[in-house]
Design a protein around this ligand. Sequence first.
Ligand code: ARG
Length: 456
Amino acid sequence: MTLWSGRFSGKLDAAAWLLNTSLPFDQRLAAQDVRGSIAWAGGLLQAGVLSQAEHAAIVTGLNQIAAELAQNTFTFHESDEDIHTAVERRLGELIGSTAGKLHTGRSRNDQVATDFRLWMLDSLPLLVQAVTGLQSTLVALAEQHTETLMPGYTHLQRAQPITLAHWLMSHFWPLQRDKDRLTDLRDRVAVLPLGCGALAGTAFEIDRETLTMALGFDAPAPNSLDAVSDRDFAAEFLFCAALLGVHLSKLSEQMVLFTTPEFGFFELADAYSTGSSLMPQKKNPDLFELARGKTGTLIGLLTGLLATLKGLPSTYDKDLQEDKVPVFQAFDTLTLILPVLAGALETMTIHPQKMSAAIDSAMLATDLADYLVRKGVPFREAHAAAGKSVRVAAEKGVSLDELSLNEWQAIGRFESDVYQVFDPLESIKRRNATGGTSPDSVKKQIAKAKEVISHQ
Ligand code: ARG
């Protein structure tokens, strides 16, 4: 049964029904739908539309529905057009015709927008929590590796030595920004559409401020036309999700790279790697590849919703029913990926000797230039001299630290202490300014990260 059959004498075509129904995906809003309806019943009582007894019957019925939903004993009917219809149908079965009073002054337009926002208010903290889980893993690993050396890259070319802790923490902060965005989004979600009716507002004396408080929102939406059609919060959520995905994808890409035998920096635990059906030797980083691959989908979900919203005539259009699937999908994807990535990082084996072996002395060419700068040589000149030493060493087929003192002195103002430059740990320790890779600096960074996490 639909809620609107009165005007119709014929039935909806079967295929058209399948296109129209939203129950398969909006049943996920069931708990929120009941909560919204309980608040609405309170509003109707205050407005004098419901008597005390009717209100009590409706609330009792809705509470029973909430219990059935929680215990998974609620039966959906194929004829329920959407979650709102299903709840109202069941309420009728439980309390009889009084159930028919609940929808007074309300439309599914303000109802669904309210349900969806309630769902998001419930769900944002869960996603934030999952991100914190991965962040905690990164911090715990970083704490153990403030002196573990690894090559740092630009253009995927060996650039300068860094610490593993610094690299791990470089993936912490983007996630922190993701959480800041998700937390900030909450304020724009917590604007209540309920009481806006189909589009023009409700014709009953509903106190929307009381409704707002009852449902834990911050304020009633100020314009009913906007309220029933505003899906900015869903688009924003999808942007936050896509960018979070991009961050996970970047991390994953490096994990894929660093677990190859060519790099060999990390080795995944069996619990987080997969084999090949053909090649017995293979240990594949599928889970990181999936995180990277699913990010393509996350970006598509955002693009899809924006395209749906673009050019919609005001106010409610059925196109808006397409808002929920991408949001649910993005949420499910991320809450699935995040703990897996955390587990994979936690359990991987780290090979410090592989990482330090990948640091060659040419990566200290910047330090060589800095060495000359400390002796009073202008940086540009120092850069040229260091560059020349790299060329000379390459021509001779030796590594930089193998040049003789005579060779050094022929290149520039180098002295016998030049050999001290080639200790990568010393190089790292010199990068001690805030945000740098020195062990002290990274320890401060970790302390700050822990403080930031504990504030949430
Ligand atoms: N299932 C609909 C949605 O998700 C509920 C609102 C229906 N409103 C309407 N006027 N048909 O958007």
